[in-house]
Write a protein that binds this ligand. Structure first.
Ligand code: MF3
Ligand code: CO
Ligand code: CO
Length: 254
């Protein structure tokens, strides 16, 4: 396994791609309301990314994925395909946006709610968010990927939620998914040693019930087996000598 180390010029390109992905999420926020379909959200994002940003929506045609963003509602864990489904009051929705600019990828996702969420949906989203940050805060030259997984898993499970095992974070750069795999569970001090110049995503998928998932016959949509709610947040992050730099910060989100 070779993990690409980005030189300063490549790091700058990653900063730009990350900024654009975060800007697209900032842009779409006001459109997430009861009554809009996920296909409309996809079209608005596609047009913004291609026309306003002069960037490429990475999911479109990626391994056959048919749309430009992923929209994952309620019990959908990830990789939901935008379509005719219309948002209802109380739905929770993850929007996952990846753009390619100047040959480099920026990948980020957030949770949104159509109207007012249930108490459990809000709490699950908050725990997923906090677990992502606890994972990110582990990142530093010389630390281990197991430190990240351990921080995420212990926080999620302390809150009596479960961590999805089948999907993970990843290296990112010239390719959408590079080495290493970033597991959202594990044992502190184990696994690959982090080096400054690596760029990774941290994107824990946290379920309200059991961690088990299945993939729908469309070959993409990942759902919880028990149909419990699932939540996910994602940032693209650069490892530095003394910590990390988050490349996909939003205007109103850390
Ligand atoms: N953006 C997702 C990730 O965080 C990957 C989506 S692959 C797609 O890794 F094909 F579904 F877009
Ligand atoms: Co990702
Ligand atoms: Co993503």
């Amino acid at each position: 396994m070779t993990i690409p180390i980005k030189n300063p010029d490549e790091q700058n390109k990653m900063r730009i791609a990350g900024r654009l992905a975060a800007d697209a999420l900032d842009m779409i926020e006001e459109f997430v309301q009861p009554g809009i379909s996920t296909a409309e959200l996809d079209r608005i994002c596609h047009d913004f990314i291609t026309n306003e940003q002069g960037a490429i929506p990475a999911p479109l045609n990626y391994r056959g994925f048919p749309k430009s963003i992923c929209t994952s509602i309620n019990h959908v864990v990830c990789h939901g395909i935008p379509g005719d489904r219309v948002l209802k009051t109380g739905d929770s929705l993850n929007i996952d946006i990846t753009v390619i600019k100047d040959g480099f990828h920026g990948d980020t996702s957030r949770m949104f709610f159509a109207g007012k969420p249930s108490v459990i949906a809000k709490r699950l989203s908050d725990v997923a968010y906090e677990s992502m940050w606890l994972g990110i805060e582990q990142l530093c030259h010389g630390k281990y990927l197991g430190d990240v997984g351990h921080a995420i898993q212990s926080y999620a499970e302390k809150n009596r939620f479960s961590v999805v095992r089948e999907f993970c974070g990843h290296g990112i750069g010239r390719y959408f998914h590079e080495d290493p795999q970033v597991l959202h569970y594990g044992k502190a001090g184990t696994g690959i040693e982090l080096k400054s110049g690596m760029t990774l995503t941290i994107e824990p998928m946290i379920n309200s019930g059991k961690s088990d998932i299945k993939i729908l016959p469309d070959g993409w949509t990942v759902v919880t087996k028990d149909h419990g709610l699932s939540a996910q947040w994602e940032h693209t992050v650069l490892i530095t000598d003394d910590g990390y730099e988050v490349l996909t910060l939003g205007k109103n989100h850390r």
